[in-house]
Design a protein around this ligand. Sequence first.
Ligand code: ATP
Length: 235
Amino acid sequence: MLKVENINVYYDAIHALKDVSLEVKEGEIVTLIGANGAGKSTLLKTLSGLIRPKNGTIEYEGKSIVKRKVQAIVKAGISHVPEGRRVFPTMSVTENLELGAFLRRDKKAIQKDIEHVFELFPRLYERRKQSAGTLSGGEQQMLAIGRGLMAKPKLLLLDEPSMGLAPLLVKQIFNIIEMINKEGTTILLVEQNANMALSIAHRAYVIETGSVVLSGDAKELQTSALVKEAYLGGA
Ligand code: ATP
């Protein structure tokens, strides 16, 4: 579904991604784990067209998307839920969800999808008229994911959905990510919470200072010495 080969991304003099290659197959949850500043968010931004790589290729459903505009990438089925939630604070929960469907014209289907998001996140239904800025951190994260789903993506890019959430809520969010995947959406999940991410992912990539240093089956990586040492607190 998605094939990234040897991309290099720079922020002026900073070489943020170094010859990164990665693949996501239809139906998978693939996780990209790494420490602060490793380049995880940069990779997602590059995939969604917000940043252009200096070189390398990005193929989605067999076609190059390296030069496509952000909107065209969304339309093709890639939806990006950025780090830090970024909901529209003065708009209601429902309005935020509607905005996630801004490229769609199928009003009835949009309504149905809003209802589906409310089924996934009953808490959002309870708060549907409330302005998004007054939601708790966890609720805002739910809303950000829900808004991402409203684009009806085939591939959902999630940037650190567990950030700043209490453990119980993290578990809830990860359960829902699994559910979304089981309903047919392919997922690329960026996480610092390696343990949780590896527990729901099929495959994983480990990124360190802009380079992929390890990749493989998620269950196998969970037992790898490097991952245990660096990302699972030596457990
Ligand atoms: P975190 O988990 O802390 O968000 P990350 O793995 O997502 O980390 P990135 O945000 O992709 O890391 O950053 C990768 C590197 O690029 C870092 O060294 C960061 O300082 C740098 N960087 C990111 N955005 C910019 C920018 N707009 N201008 C300059 N440097 C940047």
